[in-house]
Design a protein around this ligand. Structure first.
Ligand SMILES: Cc1cc2nc3c(=O)[nH]c(=O)nc-3n(C[C@H](O)[C@H](O)[C@H](O)COP(=O)(O)O)c2cc1C
Length: 390
């Protein structure tokens, strides 16, 4: 497969998917300022190129939340991935296992916990949205335990849902008009390999984990309505008493962007945080994740394992995040593009390319182990000053 990097997988995804699905993956909230900032701030960072260091032996391995990993990278939760390729979550989970990396299954996946568990027969991690019906949440956590999930990621940056203008323009989240309906079918018919692979062979199209409340094949509008009406906007720090009663393994909050929130997380017994703004899909105008990472690492001290995501598209981006203190980095769109563009083999290749680039960029910065990456060793003084000035 001659695919060169995540931007190439993105092009292939755009060719393979009907427009409304490509825009769903690619887009961000409102004016997409935060979406752009995540990429721009990573791009602006520069490395310190070093010479004449023996880099014959490289060690990328680490351990996060009890899992041995071949490099500090995981596949973060992406909703509806089974709409990009047939049973897409199981494909990505298998690729993660082959690469020795964790896969985080979204609450809003097409493949449910049991389907992924049976497909990989290895531990994976689960992402939770807390909805109003706490009985349903309790059952979902129990199901995650039963299939052997070893870490729980509670997403907190969706107290309410934001609007992505692109989803309205593409017809994904708007009430379909007559003309919109024709456009929709045109998109499906002009992408026959997707239509066959996912539209015909990829059923059921409902979110598997929600089947107890939504049935197997809910209509798209009912799905958006359910998400909008059932996410619990009243949730606060007190609710961790309830979550902790159900789950005593590693508990990670996904959606921390403020040092004060990181300190509070540590005080309520959370094990880790993901510094994330949901890939620019929620609070538009929030800062980039890489710009907030150093301050959150400082606030967390040794009480929390700090990880991050947002705009990571290369091994070099991973190295920049590790240099800013992240213990691990999650890929979002990177794996969604690879899956949509080239299927399971695409995810394998994308991960191999990230690994290769991480190792070679580390070597050229003169570091041989991910445990030894320190900002002052791998980042140029200009970048160091910028991240300290934030
Ligand atoms: C299409 C799409 C669906 C997503 N679905 C979820 C989800 O169900 N749960 C969640 O916690 N985060 C979700 N996210 C956010 C990702 O986990 C991650 O935070 C984000 O994609 C990182 O930014 P990046 O894609 O620029 O790397 C989603 C992101 C995208 C792009």
């Amino acid at each position: 497969m001659n695919v060169a990097g995540v931007s190439h997988f993105r092009e292939l995804a755009q060719q393979h998917l009907p427009n409304f699905l490509f825009q769903y993956i690619d887009g961000g909230a409102y004016q997409e300022q935060t979406l752009e900032a995540n990429r721009a701030d990573l791009r602006d960072m520069v490395f310190r190129q070093r010479a004449l260091v023996d880099v014959t032996e490289m060690d990328l391995s680490t351990n996060l939340f009890g899992m041995d990993m071949s490099m500090p990278v995981g596949l973060g939760p992406i909703g509806l991935a089974g709409m990009y390729r047939r049973r897409g979550e199981t494909m990505a989970a298998r690729a993660a296992v082959r690469a020795g990396l964790p896969f985080v299954l979204s609450s809003l996946a097409l493949c449910d916990l049991e389907e992924v568990g049976a497909a990989i027969n290895a531990p994976f991690w689960f992402q939770l949205y807390v909805v109003k019906d706490r009985g349903f949440v309790r059952d979902l956590i129990q199901r995650a335990k039963d299939v052997g999930c070893t870490a729980l990621f509670h997403t907190v940056d969706v107290p309410v849902t934001a609007v992505r203008w692109r989803d309205i323009r593409s017809g994904l989240s708007a009430q379909p008009s007559f003309a919109g309906g024709i456009k929709w079918w045109w998109e499906i018919l002009t992408h026959p390999s997707w239509a066959w692979d996912v539209g015909v062979m990829g059923k059921p199209h409902g979110c598997g984990n929600l089947t107890p409340v939504m049935g197997k094949n809910p209509k798209l509008n009912d799905y958006w309505k359910w998400v909008g009406q059932n996410l619990d906007a009243s949730i606060t720090w007190k609710d961790y008493d309830f979550i902790r009663e159900q789950w005593d393994g590693p508990l990670i909050i996904k959606g921390i962007m403020d040092p004060e929130d990181a300190r509070t997380a540590a005080s309520v017994g959370i094990d880790g945080v993901v510094v994330t703004n949901h890939g620019g899909r929620q609070l538009d105008g929030a800062p980039s994740t890489i710009s907030m990472l150093p301050r959150i690492v400082e606030a967390a001290g040794d009480k929390l394992a700090v990880t991050m995501d947002g705009g990571v598209r290369s091994g070099g981006d991973v190295l920049k995040a590790l240099a800013c203190g992240a213990k691990g980095v999650f890929l979002g769109r990177a794996w969604a593009y690879a899956l949509a563009g080239a299927g399971e083999k695409g995810v394998d290749l994308m991960l191999a390319q990230i690994r290769q680039e991480l190792a070679s960029e580390m070597a050229m910065c003169g570091v041989t182990s991910v445990q030894d990456i320190r900002a002052q060793d791998v980042l140029d003084p200009r970048t160091l000053r910028d991240i300290r000035d934030v």
